[in-house]
Design a protein around this ligand. Sequence first.
Ligand code: FES
Length: 570
Amino acid sequence: MADDATYPVEPHTKIERSHMSVELHFNNQRRDAAPGVSLFDFAESLGINVPTSCRKQGKCKECVVEVTEGMDCLSARVPAEKHLKGGFRLSCSCCVVKDAGVVRCHTMRRGEMRIERGALHLPGGNQKLKLEPAVTRDGDRILLDGEEIARSTGPIHGLAMDLGTTTVVLRLLNLETGEVIADASFENPQRFGGSDVMSRIHYDTEEGGHLLQRTLAGYLTHAIEEFPVDPKTIYEMVVAGNSTMRDMFFRLNVYSIGQSPYRSITELEMADGHRPTTSLAEPAKKLLLPLHPKARVYGLPIISGHVGADAAACMLAVDLANEERLIAIMDIGTNTELILGDKNKIFAASCPAGPAFEGGKISCGMPGLPGAIEKIKIADDGSIQVGVIGDVPAEGICGSGLMDLLGELLRTNQINHLGRFEHGEDKIVLDVKSDSPVYFTESDINELAQAKGANVAGLHVIFHDYGIRFENLEVFYLAGGFGRHLNVESSKRIGLIPNIDDSKILQVGNASIEGACIALLSRTKRNELENLVKKVVHCRLEAHPDFFNYFVEGCQFNPVESSHARQSVS
Ligand code: FES
């Protein structure tokens, strides 16, 4: 079949032709593939949609797949793939060249996120919000900040985005009613540039050409075009995300965020008096988005350093500007954000947890998308029951599943407090039904222990510096898609969150997208946030003398208790 193949395989690539075939596993679907088949064509034959804008011409760079096994069965890299390293390939540009072996690969995952419609326990939930978006109507005139940008009697839409290192969440709103029209999510396709912010900064600086931004814009375009509205009726977009993701999306130089003292270029410019705020605004067109030609993209302000616009959005979501109680927000992710305080005094910190909580660097890890094991119970007879998102065959395990699993292994004494298996094996298999069994190893536990250690250290430092103990808190918000689905009991047992009264812990879902929606619907709230971020004290963990001790302690699987707090320093 390869005789008339159109994929750009290098001319000297030797394709071994025979009647034999390679066992190819694509997104956990298995089929035999004969030499000459491109991974893109193979995916199409299985009904798998690979993102593309160039129809297999090697130009759009969107068809990236990750090959986890059997790279030696595939053709050599072509020039169009020179930006890709490790197991990442352009699926249109590589084909099977051997007639025996096993290849495993998957697309950057796309899926429907379980979005919590409306606020759950958020005092700043948008049900109470007075609608006053920046985009308004005067007859058939559509106005942005009072300036006419279009003429239409059709609907006025806005888009909110939570741009995470691992997962991207979009929410489409009707700006005249505040109604949620649709939402979407997908794995951040920039993963080929590394799984954490530091690798992405390095990649973006080395490669140039805004390749990561262009790839993301391609994915966003597909997602936006799939919404049930004309993209040209979207007149404004609000972006929340950590400092690196946000700045990269706005095509800014992110080099300074990767170097001590870890500052966004917007912070540096503000300190020099060249800009009044760290928030950003650009035409959608410049960011390669298919919205209305005069649409604006507004990036929420960042707090400081790696404490970014996602943390700022969380503050808006819980209405911290008007909060009398002492609250904490913990948004666990590749970078865990911590906010502590009330309306008068607010501290913030960012913990470099790495990608393990979102499934990165874990043997069978994946984001919380369909196919991910999210719940685990170990029965008395030792059998393992798993709950899978989307009721489809298990493909991997996501963060909340990993925490559940650690909690269950600890409860049933299968691991000790140092994270070592007690049964002498180095892994356990969780799901034997699928073609590619999902398993969990001791080195996975190690990755998670280190990610947890960074979070625990962050908790100790911020509470210590603020001058309070965990039990002084009135509300502990566990934010983020990951935090929403955590089992609180397991999380306290393994020492992921402080060991405080359950009644104080509120799992509020993706507060960052909630905050972005609030900013999209209310100019007053947007301005309130612009002022609030300037009041926040940034705790720099790396500068704290006890950080390393807290980290080492936090790597163990024990409940987290206050032990080092001192009296109030306010
Ligand atoms: S489909 Fe466009 S680069 Fe592969």
